[in-house]
Design a protein around this ligand. Structure first.
Ligand SMILES: Cc1ncc(COP(=O)(O)O)c(C=O)c1O
Length: 339
């Protein structure tokens, strides 16, 4: 059985494991004040060409989203997200449990637009309702689409004009930035968004996300929020060592490029077999629509999610590739489809 279920089905890239082993007996400060974490922050800042951002390492995506959003919002303020947004459908109400409503917008391609956000603002006019304050987007999105620079710029301009915060969930930022269709640079993000995170867990790290806070007013006391939410690890070095290895050279991007290359191979193979897709997705998650009988056959050899029913005879499945996906298994999958 070979899994295309996720990009966290494997452990960590061997270089990251080696870095953890090699540093094992080095004594360090706790709670993210170790030299590995400090160096990793420096390298990420260098990569963005910015020294004026704050970086914090957290262990997972849900934890990062809930710690950040609850710190950034006042009690009566709400977040806005597309209906497919991860914080809405897949985080067990973690944001709501911190006391903040999430206002939902339908978007076929998984991306938020200024007009969608405006519709929410127009419907929330006074203190009898929550006050929309933060726009949550993910890049890549839940359905594998990515934001073009112009789209992000429009959204960013709209947020600034309307005194809204723009937050980007980058659980799969590596794949988004390395997509053939991408025209955004890592260095564009601190200019366009107020905070974002660089996902390590889904891009070769054992665990870990790097939250980048760009707007000054959001930086104050963030370590208090981290600690109060149980996100400040005594052995914070575990996260720092991994990000140090990912950003020491081009490893973070090389791993994302491999994941994307495997997804592109799948797309090419499926296109050649005249398979259609539920939605175009130029990143490491793809959604081919297959006959149900074929899905049942494939399930005996491969693991994947059945995403949604398309009609009585067809369903869309989700295939996810990772930094560790084996090319020969992609070829085998395509061959099985051809047969
Ligand atoms: C876009 C996005 N954000 C956040 C998360 C949550 O990450 P975790 O499962 O580490 O809490 C995921 C996980 O699938 C995700 O895809």
């Amino acid at each position: 059985m070979y899994s295309f279920k996720n990009d966290y089905s494997e452990g960590a890239h061997p270089r990251i494991l080696n870095a953890l082993v090699e540093s094992n007996l080095v004594q360090e400060e706790g709670y993210g004040e170790d030299r590995f974490s400090q160096k990793a922050m420096e390298l990420i800042k260098e990569r963005m060409g910015r020294t004026d951002v704050d970086i914090h390492f957290l262990s997972g995506g849900t934890q990062t989203n809930l710690t950040a959003l609850s710190a950034f919002l006042r009690p009566h303020e709400a977040a806005i997200a597309v209906s497919t947004g991860h914080i809405l459908g897949h985080e067990t109400g973690a944001i709501e449990a911190t006391g903040h409503k999430i206002l939902s917008i339908e978007a076929e391609d998984g991306k938020l637009t200024p007009s969608g956000v405006k519709a929410v603002l127009d419907a929330h006019i006074d203190e009898h309702m929550v006050k929309p304050k933060l726009v949550y987007i993910s890049n890549s999105t839940e359905i594998g689409s990515i934001y073009k620079r112009s789209e992000l710029k429009q959204l960013s301009d709209f947020c600034r004009e309307n005194n809204l915060l723009l937050y980007m969930d980058g659980a799969r930022l590596g794949s988004a930035l390395c997509s053939k269709e991408n025209d955004l640079q890592l260095s564009d993000l601190p200019v366009l968004v107020d905070a974002f995170y660089i996902g390590g867990t889904k891009n070769g790290a054992l665990i870990g996300e790097a939250l980048v806070i760009c707007r000054d007013s959001l930086k104050e006391d963030f370590r208090y929020h981290l600690k109060q939410k149980g996100a400040m690890l005594a052995k914070g070095r575990l996260l720092g060592i991994q990000f140090l290895e990912l950003f020491r050279d081009n490893l973070f991007f090389d791993l994302a490029m491999h994941a994307n290359k495997m997804a592109e191979m799948l797309i090419d193979g499926l296109n050649q077999a005249n398979i259609k897709f539920l939605t175009p997705s130029p990143s490491n998650q793809i959604f081919p629509v297959l006959p149900n009988a074929l899905i049942t056959e494939l399930e005996s050899k491969y693991a994947f999610h059945i995403w949604e029913k398309v009609d009585s005879e067809h369903s869309a499945i989700r295939l996810v590739t990772s930094w560790a996906t084996k090319e020969e298994m992609v070829e085998a999958f395509i061959e099985d489809i051809r047969k």
